[in-house]
Design a binder for this molecule. Structure first.
Ligand code: AHR
Length: 506
């Protein structure tokens, strides 16, 4: 079937699009913080050593809340190392990424950078090598106005007003054997519950995120969520999901179906969380914080390795996880955004992992330029255009066969409708490898509409990418031929492409 019909009905509401769905993630990893966002010797560096060119790109990307400082890094991190006079901060070994951490950037500096990029902070506490006391100390430091040891220390360190951080991650990927101090589900569930309980005794306004599974493929998936929430349900507000996708063994169909994989993962976490809700006869619903998602070529040999290094080989800001993204990756990435939007009634927070240099939409060279990877574009477009209510748009399309998920629809779509602004937007992916699809979207229920913008990500060369040598090789183009006639928006999407169309309503 090459013709695809979609109907857009303003009453088919999924929920309000949460701004937090367009979050990011900055970890002390490789050249992310040092030589990425912070490079005092760079010609564009500001008075605080942050690259202005990167700040501009992060603003353009449209990132709402940024998770910090890890990731695996946080499970060995002592937050106190990163506050106080910079010249007195200790240099440590980061055991997660086999790197040197100078602590030049810590909570104060990062929060200052967030003000420049216009994003909020989502902070993770270390539950790998540390515990309740350090977590409540950090909360006291960050959120208590003054008059106590930690809050006065913050003021002595130059920050009078509290940081007022409202979202807190209770450790990171504690189910993973690779994690420093990783725990079984019972031990982690108890620790997460007690930590969140103590933190909320200090500041009841905060929201806490318990670690869910590091991926849908973990052997402990499902049982982990049930057990952790069994202990922590009353003290936490979110359970996390993490998922990374890549093309394996040349199986493009499976890779193109990643959005479907993500959808099933979300649905099963919702079932696990609601199962515990029923057991507890609770009135409270636990939402998902999809706080790590992206394309990541984890199984492909990448330049730079962190594993198996002798301690005298640990480096400062090594090149790690510097994946180069192609057009194919951008299309899959766009489809993941469609899945997140379609589940935004329960996925009310998400963080693209990560932001600069490390599996990132933005790349930099030390002393050199900064540029947009292919994945930059679907994120920036969706973050800008998806406002108001997310709408379920039933799609009737052909399917393709996948090795793991069976038949998957060629075309997937979601829409948003912003009644107040008088706008709507449709996000569509054509995952078919065998050719274009003409998509007819019935928009008549919106009343009179016209096309405001129509963008397409596609290329004859699916492996095309933006690089230091050719930083503008790939960019969205105008979706030619998009038209509205008699209440039907018609779009033709080439094989393996992603489109975003915004509409003026009324
Ligand atoms: O994003 C890179 C790493 O992936 C994070 O540090 C970790 O949480 C996950 O395994």
């Amino acid at each position: 079937m090459t013709d695809v019909t979609v109907s857009l009905d303003p009453s088919a509401r999924i929920g309000a699009v949460p701004r937090r769905l367009f979050g990011g993630f900055v970890e002390h990893l490789g050249r992310h913080v040092y030589d990425g966002i912070h490079e005092p010797s760079h010609p564009s560096a500001d008075e605080d050593g942050f690259r202005r060119d990167v700040i501009e790109l992060v603003r353009e990307l449209g990132v709402s809340t940024i998770r910090y400082p890890g990731g695996n890094f946080v499970s060995g991190y002592r937050w106190e190392d990163g506050v106080g006079p910079q010249e007195e901060r200790p240099t440590r070994l980061d055991l997660a990424w086999h790197s040197i951490e100078t602590n030049e950037v810590g909570l104060h500096e990062f929060s200052g950078w967030l003000d420049k990029v216009g994003s909020d902070l989502m902070l993770a506490v270390n539950l790998g090598t540390r515990g309740i006391e350090e977590a409540v100390d950090l909360l006291e430091y960050a959120n208590v106005p003054g008059g106590t040891a930690m809050s006065e220390l913050r003021r002595d360190n130059g920050r009078d007003e509290p940081f007022a951080i409202d979202m807190w991650c209770l450790g990171n990927e504690m189910d993973g054997p690779w994690q420093l101090g990783h725990l079984d589900a019972d031990s982690y569930g108890r620790l997460a519950s007690r930590t969140a309980h103590a933190m909320k005794l200090m500041d009841p306004s905060i929201r806490t995120v318990a670690c869910g599974s590091s991926s849908w493929d973990m052997d402990t998936f499902g049982a982990w969520e049930r057990t952790v929430l069994g202990h922590a349900y009353d003290n936490v507000d979110y359970i996390s999901c993490h998922a990374y996708y890549e093309e394996r063994d040349g199986d493009r169909a499976a890779f193109l179906a990643s959005g479907e994989h993500m959808a099933r993962f979300i649905q099963e976490v919702v079932i696990a969380a609601d199962h515990v809700k029923a057991l507890k006869r609770s009135d409270k619903t636990i939402d998902i914080s999809f706080d790590e998602w992206n394309v990541w070529y984890m199984n492909r040999p990448a330049p730079g390795s962190f594993d198996g290094k002798a301690v005298d080989e640990f480096e400062f800001a090594p090149r790690l996880l510097e994946d180069r993204y192609t057009v194919l990756d951008a299309v899959v990435f766009g489809s993941l955004l469609i899945t997140l939007l379609r589940h935004c009634d329960r996925v009310t927070s998400a963080s693209l992992a990560q932001l600069v240099n490390v599996i990132a939409p933005i790349m930099t060279e030390p002393g050199g330029p900064a540029w947009r990877q292919t994945t930059f574009f679907p994120f920036a477009l969706t973050s800008r255009l998806a406002t108001g209510q997310a709408l379920r748009v039933p799609v009737t399309s052909g399917t393709f066969a996948t090795s793991r998920l069976g038949e998957v629809a060629d075309v997937d779509a979601v829409a948003t409708w912003d009644e107040e602004a008088g706008t709507a937007a449709v996000f569509v992916v054509n995952r078919a490898l065998d050719g274009s699809r003409t998509v007819r979207v019935d928009v008549s229920a919106l009343g009179s509409t016209s096309i405001a913008e129509a963008h397409l990500i596609a290329d004859d060369d699916l492996d095309a990418a933006n690089t230091l040598e050719d930083p503008e090789r790939v960019a969205p183009v105008d979706l030619e031929g998009a038209v509205i006639e008699e209440g039907v928006l018609t779009l033709t999407l080439p094989a393996v492409s992603w489109a975003a169309v915004s509409l003026q309503v009324g």
